[in-house]
Design a binder for this molecule. Structure first.
Ligand SMILES: Cc1cc2nc3c(=O)[nH]c(=O)nc-3n(C[C@H](O)[C@H](O)[C@H](O)COP(=O)(O)OP(=O)(O)OC[C@H]3O[C@@H](n4cnc5c(N)ncnc54)[C@H](O)[C@@H]3O)c2cc1C
Length: 363
């Protein structure tokens, strides 16, 4: 069985930053190192709502992995990991091939889960993987758009997607179902800006509603039918891939790998994890944290690959700026309990998003 010194699993945000940092430093990964990802491109989530709202072209929102990998001596293998055994240090891919690794870095993200009680009477579209979301929404734009589309989720991604889809599919009746208050993780001022915006765009929203079942073309909360829908977009309740929890690595309740501040697994030191598939106290799951972890990962991986210790700790940012796209000429900037909707916020968001993509491309 082939063995590799370093296996990067998934082109998550932190892996992209790691590769970009190594390229900038002229660092070469040990011969044989590889990145496994199902697709040859990595999508940047921050630009996806803008893509759906018609502000970007698809090629502006993703990065080709091959040149980024080649620049640091990492080979790109297209494939999907389906099993991991952390004790024997092996992965198995969907094509049944196996690979042994000496060091493993996990950046495979998470995907929203459908309610377990589901008779498949409503077409379900998960917000991830992004390529699937984009293709389905474009197909709906061209023909057979659902008359009634439910967005399940009430966080920033769900709100951004609902606003973008209201632009993309103007004839579709959109409803948003949020288990708690809308944007519960953000300051109340942001929620107060978003509620009237949703109303203006004809999107009905329902707070404190947990969709527990899909039966007979209806969304249900426990034994109560809440709403009929033709399709539902899943934009909440991310779970890490099931094979992580089955791998012998210590995981939390969402299946994310419990890590130490240096991003090393708390149970298996040969394993690192970042982004949505990693669990670190006080570190929310979002792209900003994953990107910031990338710089720390780059340093710690190069240290262990040269026989040293992973010494650099990651400190989650508590007051990072959030920029929420509103599918028009403005965005909402949120920081330190304040929220402001303006054109300037959109200009800043575009600048940061485009800058991130350009840095990864090496432009
Ligand atoms: C619509 C939307 C908009 C968002 N906007 C923002 C935003 O503006 N700002 C922000 O901070 N956060 C945003 N988020 C949240 C953000 O997308 C996630 O927190 C972020 O993507 C986490 O990145 P990650 O690195 O963990 O994984 P991901 O970006 O999900 O990448 C995981 C990678 O692993 C690959 N992979 C998955 N399974 C396997 C497997 N079995 N084998 C091999 N490879 C695999 C995937 O193909 C993918 O390339 C948004 C989310 C959504 C849904």
């Amino acid at each position: 069985m082939p063995s590799v010194p370093l296996l990067l699993a998934g082109a998550g945000h932190a892996h992209l930053v790691t590769l970009q940092r190594w390229r900038a430093q002229g660092y070469r990964a040990p011969a044989g190192s590889c990145l496994i990802n199902p697709t040859a491109q990595a999508w940047y989530s921050g630009m996806l709502p803008g893509l759906l709202a018609g502000r970007w072209q698809a090629e502006q929102c993703c990065v080709e992995l091959a040149p980024l990998c080649a620049a640091v001596g990492v080979s790109l293998q297209l494939g999907e990991i389906t099993q991991l055994d952390a004790n024997t240090q092996q992965v198995q891919l969907a094509d049944q091939s196996r690979l042994r690794w000496q060091w493993l870095s996990l950046g495979v993200g998470g995907t929203p889960q459908a309610p377990v009680d589901n008779d498949h009477s409503i077409a379900l579209l998960p917000a991830k993987p992004f390529a699937g979301l984009y293709q389905q929404c474009r197909a709906w734009q061209q023909q057979d758009a659902p008359q009634r589309l439910a967005v399940i989720g009430g966080g920033a991604a769900a709100v951004e997607l609902a606003l973008a889809l209201a632009r993309l599919l103007p004839a579709t009746q959109l409803s948003l179902f949020s288990a708690g208050p809308l944007l519960a993780a953000l300051p109340a001022r942001a929620t107060n800006l978003v509620r009237p915006l949703l109303r203006q765009r004809g999107i009905s929203y329902h707070e404190g509603v947990t969709v527990t079942a899909i039966q007979s073309g209806q969304l249900w909360q426990d034994s109560q039918a809440i709403s009929a829908a033709d399709a539902a977009l899943l934009a909440s309740g991310n779970m890490a891939p099931r094979w992580l929890a089955e791998s012998a690595i210590t995981c939390d309740a969402t299946g994310a790998v419990r890590i130490q501040p240096n991003l090393q697994s708390s149970s298996h030191p040969q394993v690192f994890a970042t982004g949505d598939c990693a669990s670190l106290p006080d570190c929310p799951h979002n792209g900003v944290q994953a990107v910031r972890q990338g710089a720390v990962l780059a340093e710690n991986l190069s240290q262990v690959l040269s026989g040293g210790q992973a010494t650099r700790p990651f400190k989650p940012s508590r007051h990072s700026l959030a920029l929420l796209a509103t599918a028009d000429e403005q965005a909402i900037a949120i920081r330190n309990g304040l929220a402001l909707r303006s054109r300037l916020a959109l200009m800043l968001k575009d600048r940061l998003d485009n800058g991130f993509i350009r840095t990864l491309r090496g432009d």
